[in-house]
Design a protein around this ligand. Structure first.
Ligand code: ZN
Ligand code: ZN
Length: 303
């Protein structure tokens, strides 16, 4: 599953080329509805219309950890970047738990993300920071997208990816809303579990992923390359679930880590490492330290 990842063309951007695609009503309704229901649910909970006890909070935290890691270790580093290879049970696990994040099918997510790396900062970048902070954050999410599926021919060969694509909505609704609501009913809190897992967890998780495309292309240092807008900072790790050094990631996208220090907060990297130890992952890609050092020297010189 080796994927060629062309580097961005660094020609200056002509602002007239930056055209926002039209809104897609289905996405607009879904994203706004989740936010509105979250706000309404918060008011109803505050006025004691339904209870939320610790088991429902713990369920939401657990759901958040698992599905956020499915996005970073699965959708991002495994599927989009082929930064390692996974055995099919792990691939299947990421396809189910990643769907709970409601960020699209893994195939569409990966095609779009590969477009982002290829055209970063250019008019064809799907979450182009030059279109504005809010466009890069969530404006693109509610608009029409047209990812280049020729870029994911390697993934199209996987029957599991095809299965997730065909059944994306049933898998997403089951893993994001229905199953956690049923689990909550075990302690008599179906509505509380739906609110905590289906709304609070989902919306927080969305914004944490969106921050990778907005905040991580806006604030922070450029220690590895100044050829693109991606940036890194220790605090980014905590608002993006471990995508700490996006500058490192855009400079070395096939590395399974988002930084070189093992102890930096990066649950995706630790899970990939652990998956290798238990035999579920192989061929972990790590950049040669000398190449990283050279990149840092060049970045210091302004490249
Ligand atoms: Zn990026
Ligand atoms: Zn990436």
């Amino acid at each position: 599953m080796d994927t060629p990842m062309p580097v961005a063309d660094s020609k200056p951007i002509d602002s007239e080329e930056l055209v926002r695609p039209p809104y897609e009503i289905r996405k607009l309704v879904f994203v706004w509805l989740a936010h509105i229901l979250l706000a309404a649910g918060t008011v109803l909970w505050a006025f004691d219309y339904f209870p939320v006890t610790w088991p429902s909070v713990a369920l939401a935290v657990g759901w958040f950890v698992v599905s956020s890691t499915a996005i970073t270790a699965g959708y991002h580093r495994l599927f989009s970047h082929a930064a390692y290879r996974a055995k099919w049970p792990l691939e299947l696990f990421y396809l189910i738990t990643g769907a709970a994040a409601f960020q699209g099918s893994a195939l569409q997510w990966s095609a779009q993300h590969r477009d982002h790396h290829t055209y970063v900062d250019q008019p064809k970048d799907p979450y182009n920071i030059h279109m504005g902070f809010w466009f890069a954050h969530m404006g693109w999410v509610v608009r029409q997208t047209n990812p280049n599926f020729d870029r994911v021919k390697d993934l199209q060969k996987s029957p599991l990816m095809a299965w997730q694509l065909r059944n994306y909505y049933p898998i997403g609704f089951l893993s994001s809303f229905i199953v956690p609501t049923l689990i909550g009913s075990l302690w008599g809190e179906a509505l509380g579990a739906f609110f905590m897992v289906g709304l609070v967890r989902l919306v927080i998780q969305w914004h944490m992923t969106f921050c990778v495309n907005s905040v991580a292309h806006y604030w922070g240092t450029q220690k590895y390359s100044k050829q693109h807008t991606a940036r890194g900072s220790w605090w980014l790790a905590f608002i993006t679930w471990g995508e700490m050094d996006h500058n490192f990631h855009h400079t070395f996208p096939s590395d399974f880590r988002t930084g070189t220090r093992w102890y930096d907060f990066d649950p995706g990297k630790w899970v990939v490492w652990l998956s290798e130890k238990v035999g579920l992952a192989t061929h972990l890609k790590k950049m040669d330290p000398e190449r990283i050092e050279r990149a840092m020297e060049r970045a210091k010189e302004g490249h």
